[in-house]
Design a binder for this molecule. Structure first.
Ligand SMILES: NC(=O)c1ccc[n+]([C@@H]2O[C@H](COP(=O)([O-])OP(=O)(O)OC[C@H]3O[C@@H](n4cnc5c(N)ncnc54)[C@H](O)[C@@H]3O)[C@@H](O)[C@H]2O)c1
Length: 253
């Protein structure tokens, strides 16, 4: 059977994490050649094992720190050399630090910028010419934090970086149109992942985070990845420059 992404070479960052793991599995099941990476060796390895159990392969490497431009370039170039092309760049990995703006350290601010927006520039810069040869697709994961503030957590650095992801993506769409590249950002709301499980276990925090979510529950990684799969596929051929919000209705009120 032919998958929706049959033989497409797809680079997915953060394949050790909640959404990256589901994305690696889902994309590989659809026939994609998935090249992942993560700073977390064990988590990336666990994802590789899950694919192997289904007779699939997770290519790529760990540890790879995409906040380091040299490592980002090496990851992208190794994928292009090994597989001969890059069809999709799925910028999923990120790490942020939180705190009230007057207490947030300079180091926490810079850490968040490095790991939420700088790394997108690096992977995009190095993958661009490969994508241009294939009418490729760039998917950048932003957040509803890019659209509004939070009463629950001090997200100034995270919000600034995720807002930048959306603006960066729009410009990629503009420059990409000339060479056939589509660029789309996706803004999830609160998603249940290993990283957010601790919040869910605390009833007060859970209630505060779900306040305003019309669906009255966190989203599942699969609900974000399903959109990413569609965006990566030829079915989304007229979609570029958009930000697609997946938030259970949070921004509706
Ligand atoms: N979970 C949520 O509620 C939520 C909401 C909105 C947006 N998002 C976004 O979704 C994306 C996926 O997040 P997730 O929920 O799966 O989180 P996660 O923490 O489970 O996964 C992120 C992965 O990225 C890796 N990573 C971080 N920095 C890296 C770097 N410099 N180089 C390589 N790998 C790095 C981490 O090790 C981790 O495995 C992120 O961009 C996140 O900001 C998540």
């Amino acid at each position: 059977m032919t998958g929706r992404l049959q033989d497409k070479v797809v680079l997915i960052s953060g394949t050790g994490g909640g959404q990256g793991r589901v994305a690696a599995l889902r994309f590989a099941r659809e026939g994609a050649i998935v090249v992942g990476c993560d700073t977390n060796v064990d988590a990336h390895g666990a994802t590789a094992s899950l694919l192997r159990a289904e007779g699939l392969t997770l290519f790529g490497a760990a540890p790879v720190d995409l906040g380091d431009p040299a490592q980002a370039e090496a990851w992208v170039e190794a994928a292009a050399q090994e597989h001969g092309r890059i069809d999709v760049l799925y910028n999923n990995a990120s790490a942020a630090r939180f705190g009230p703006v007057n207490e947030l350290s300079i180091e926490d601010w810079q850490f968040t910028m490095r790991n939420e927006i700088d790394l997108l520039f690096y992977t995009t810069k190095y993958a661009w010419n490969h994508l241009a040869q294939r009418r490729g697709v760039i998917i950048n994961i932003s957040s509803t934090a890019g659209w509004g503030g939070s009463k629950v957590a001090g997200i100034s650095a995270h919000a600034a970086a995720k807002g930048a992801v959306i603006a960066f993506t729009r410009q990629l769409a503009v420059e990409g149109a000339a060479v056939g590249i589509r660029a789309v950002s996706i803004s999830p709301g609160f998603i249940a992942t290993p990283g957010t499980a601790a919040f869910m276990d605390n009833p007060q925090v859970r209630a505060a985070l779900l306040d305003g979510v019309l669906m009255d529950r966190p989203g599942e990684p699969e609900e974000v990845v399903a959109m990413a799969l569609f965006v990566a596929s030829a079915e989304a051929s007229f979609i570029t420059g958009s930000d697609i919000v997946i938030d259970g209705g949070l921004l509706a009120i």
